[in-house]
Structure formats: structure tokens, C-alpha cells
Design a binder for this molecule. Structure first.
Ligand code: APR
Ligand code: PHB
Length: 389
């Protein structure tokens, strides 16, 4: 087998990159470890920076998003009974799109099918070879057969647990990580959302987030200790804890109901560098993980894909390697800014087990400053809706 760009991973990053490259006449092969059904069964966040929306539009996969997604011109932050709206529209003339990542991935798979893409599912034993040469290749197993894919470049879009980042020698790779001492318990319920916009609620009892998927599908989260298990949390216990963390003024408008999905995810900040080694370039979760507090996971995958697709198109269409040579540095610079914001939002909104009385005073002062300073709100709004590229 031979292609111009081998893409490891058929999640949002890999599929979006394949779609953008194919649209530019560059051949790709996507190798995905799981079945399509498995990939599409994952429940992920659902807030997109407008830059991500524009990139999906460029890729030709935005029709359903514009029909079924919800543009949001602001969001709420609360601290116990105080509630503050961050007005994206008036502060930074921007907005976000609320549209489930699962739906983005579904739209990408459909577009790849329509484009006649080669997406191989249920592959195993993926090994990246000769990355420091001009003719790298990938070996893998599919249906019990050992196969070899010759290519010119490899995009590692295989997530945190993939093989791509691990294909960079340990002597070269630098990794930075912060594991947070709590997780998020999330539920889906077929109930109308609490508010028209998201509510990031900080309280003395812990953090909660009110989000949504559509007018009758809500996505809610509560901060839980790392030791908790999903089976420790009945629906009643969830609703009590969630309600208790909301400002008292809005608790009465909450519509509860049975959960149709319930899961706990740990929170970590992780970034590895370089994002590029020889003919291998990393995109998305393969290179970095952010806590969901800033809604940056999918947006950073799209950010990396934007840089890498433009670099590869310049290389193949204009024989101009300059953007490809600087891809790792260009992508990483924007990743670190979003990493900072996600870390800052997590510290602002969560009660950490080891917080001293002074820490709590400073956290309250942080919220106070945000509520009084338009400049502080502009800073949050520009980071949340997406910094320039
Ligand atoms: N070979 C082939 N495919 C692999 C391998 C492998 N060795 N290891 C992992 N994969 C696949 C996974 O099955 C997954 O479908 O790579 C894909 C990686 O997709 P994601 O983990 O979704 O990562 P990414 O595409 O970067 O998207 C990031 O997804 O996980 C969320 O919160 C994250 O929103 C962010 C977004
Ligand atoms: C979600 O809708 O799942 C969601 C929204 C915003 C976040 C995290 C998750 O910051």
C-alpha cells in the first residue's frame, strides 16, 4: 500500500486532517484501532471555538452543525449564590457553537465516505518506521494479515494512549503533566437544559457544570473525589449534589430525570514536545490533554489540524516546506496558551482538597476581580472563544 500521508487514528483529529488533505488532492490512509461504532459511542464535550466552526466549514462538513448546533454568545460563571454572565458578543465580538463532538465525528465519517476515503478500522500492531528518513512507512495488522503502508509523512492522531507519541525517542521527548485530585461525574438526561447558556458553578460543596446537547438533552457534571466510582452515584444523589452547587436563585428551574449515560472522567493537564520528529507530526490528544473546564480538547485537536493541513498543502502543492518545518513550534505555542487557560479555569472553579483558608480567600478574590473588571472578562472571553492563530 502507498499514500502521501498516513494518518494514525480515526477520531476527530485524524478524520478532519484526512478530509482537508483529500479536498486539496493529497492522498491519505486512516488507520483506526477500533470499529466505527466504538468511535461513535464515545460521549465527549460539545463546545467549539468559532475558529473550529470555520475549519469544519472549510472542510465541507458543517451543514448539519449549522442546522442542529446552537451558537452561544455568552456563558455563566457562578460562585455560591453569585452569578456572572460573560458576554462574548459584546466583550470580544465572538461566540462559540454548542454541538456534540460525537456529531462532529459522525459528520466527518460521512464526509470521508462520500470522498471515497480509505479508513481502515480494527487495525492492530501499528508500528511507525524510518521516521527520520524521506520514506517512512507504517506496518500493521488487519484481518490477521500483516501489511505495510509506504508514505511520505505520518500524522499521529491516535490520542493519549496511541503509539505515535511513543515513537519519538524518550531521549528526545519532554512531557509536562499535572493530575488534578478530583474527577468529573457526567450524566446525560432527556430533560430541557437548565439555562440557554452553559453555567460553570463553583461552590463550597464543589464544582458543577450545566451544559446541553439540544432542547431536550442536557449534559451535567459534578466534581467528585478520584476514589468515587459511578456505582456510588445514584441519580438521586447526583441531582442533590448538582442542585446544591447551583446558585439558590436558579435551583427551582432545574428539571431532573433519569440518566441515560453516567461516567466519571479524571482531569489532567498534559503536554509533550516536540510535536514533530522527522516525518511524524502529532495532532490532538496524541500530544496534549487538557482538563474539560475550558472546553479545549476538540478545539486544540482542530487547531493542530489547521496548522498541519496548511503546512502539508503548502509542501505538496507549492513544494514549500517552511510551514511544515515549523509545524511543531507553531502548533505547540497555541496549545500552551489553551493549556494555561484550561488550568486557570480549573483552579478558579474547583475546591482542591488541600486548599488553605488563604487559598480560599484568593479564589474568592479571583471571582470578585472577574465580576468587577471588564478587562478580566475580556481576557476570559477571548480565551474561551479562541485565541487568534
Ligand atoms: N492505532 C490506530 N488507532 C489508534 C491507536 C493505534 N495504536 N491508538 C489509538 N487509536 C485511535 C483511538 O481508537 C481513537 O479513535 O485514535 C483515535 C484518537 O482519537 P481521540 O482520542 O478522540 O483524539 P483526537 O482525535 O485527538 O481528538 C481529541 O477527543 O478524546 C477527545 O477530549 C478529547 O475532545 C478531544 C478530542
Ligand atoms: C459538555 O457539553 O460536555 C461540556 C461543555 C463545556 C465544557 C466541558 C464539557 O467545558
Amino acid at each position: 500500500m502507498k499514500t502521501q500521508v498516513a494518518i494514525i487514528g480515526g477520531g476527530p483529529a485524524g478524520l478532519l486532517l484526512s478530509q482537508l488533505l483529500m479536498n486539496a488532492g493529497i492522498s491519505t490512509v486512516v488507520l483506526e484501532r477500533q470499529s466505527r461504532e466504538h468511535v461513535l459511542s464515545r460521549i465527549r464535550a460539545g463546545v467549539m471555538e468559532w475558529g473550529t466552526v470555520e475549519l469544519l466549514k472549510t472542510a465541507g462538513v458543517s451543514d448539519r452543525m449549522f442546522k442542529e448546533g446552537f451558537p452561544h454568545e455568552g456563558c455563566y460563571l457562578s460562585s455560591n449564590d453569585r452569578m456572572l454572565r460573560i458576554d462574548f458578543e459584546h466583550l470580544v465580538d465572538s461566540r462559540v457553537m454548542v454541538y456534540g463532538q460525537t456529531e462532529v465525528t459522525r459528520d466527518l465519517y460521512n464526509a470521508q465516505d462520500a470522498a471515497g476515503a480509505t479508513v481502515l478500522h480494527n487495525v492492530s500492531d501499528v508500528v511507525l518506521n524510518d521516521l527520520q528518513t524521506s520514506s517512512p512507512y507504517v506496518t500493521f495488522t488487519k484481518d490477521g494479515q500483516a501489511l505495510r503502508l509506504e508514505c511520505e509523512y505520518i500524522a499521529g492522531c491516535d490520542g493519549f494512549h496511541g503509539v505515535s507519541r511513543k515513537s519519538i525517542p524518550a531521549s528526545v521527548l519532554k512531557e509536562y503533566e499535572k493530575v488534578y485530585p478530583f474527577g468529573w461525574l457526567g450524566i446525560l438526561s432527556e430533560t430541557p437544559p437548565l439555562e440557554d447558556e452553559l453555567i460553570y458553578a463553583s461552590s463550597d460543596r464543589g464544582f458543577a457544570l450545566a451544559s446541553m446537547r439540544n432542547a431536550n438533552l442536557s449534559r451535567y457534571y459534578v466534581q467528585v473525589p478520584l476514589t468515587d466510582k459511578v456505582e456510588d452515584w445514584s441519580d438521586d444523589r447526583f441531582w442533590d449534589a448538582f442542585t446544591d452547587r447551583l446558585p439558590s436563585t436558579i435551583r427551582g428551574q432545574l428539571v431532573t430525570g433519569p440518566s441515560i449515560e453516567k461516567s466519571i472522567a479524571p482531569l489532567r493537564s498534559f503536554v509533550s514536545e516536540p510535536m514533530q520528529w522527522g516525518r511524524l507530526s502529532l495532532c490532538g490528544d496524541a500530544a496534549h490533554i487538557v482538563p474539560p473546564t475550558g472546553a479545549k480538547g476538540l478545539n486544540l485537536a482542530a487547531s493542530d489540524v489547521r496548522y498541519l493541513s496548511q503546512a502539508l498543502i503548502a509542501r505538496f502543492a507549492d513544494n514549500d516546506p517552511t510551514r511544515l518545518d515549523s509545524y511543531g513550534a507553531d502548533a505547540l505555542a497555541r496549545v500552551k496558551l489553551a493549556m494555561r487557560f484550561s488550568w486557570w479555569m480549573t483552579l478558579l472553579l474547583h475546591r482542591f482538597p488541600d486548599m488553605s483558608a488563604f487559598d480560599l480567600q484568593m479564589q474568592a478574590a479571583d471571582f470578585d476581580y472577574l465580576s468587577k473588571s471588564r478587562n478580566a472578562q475580556i481576557s476570559l472571553a477571548e480565551n474561551y472563544t479562541g485565541l487568534p492563530f
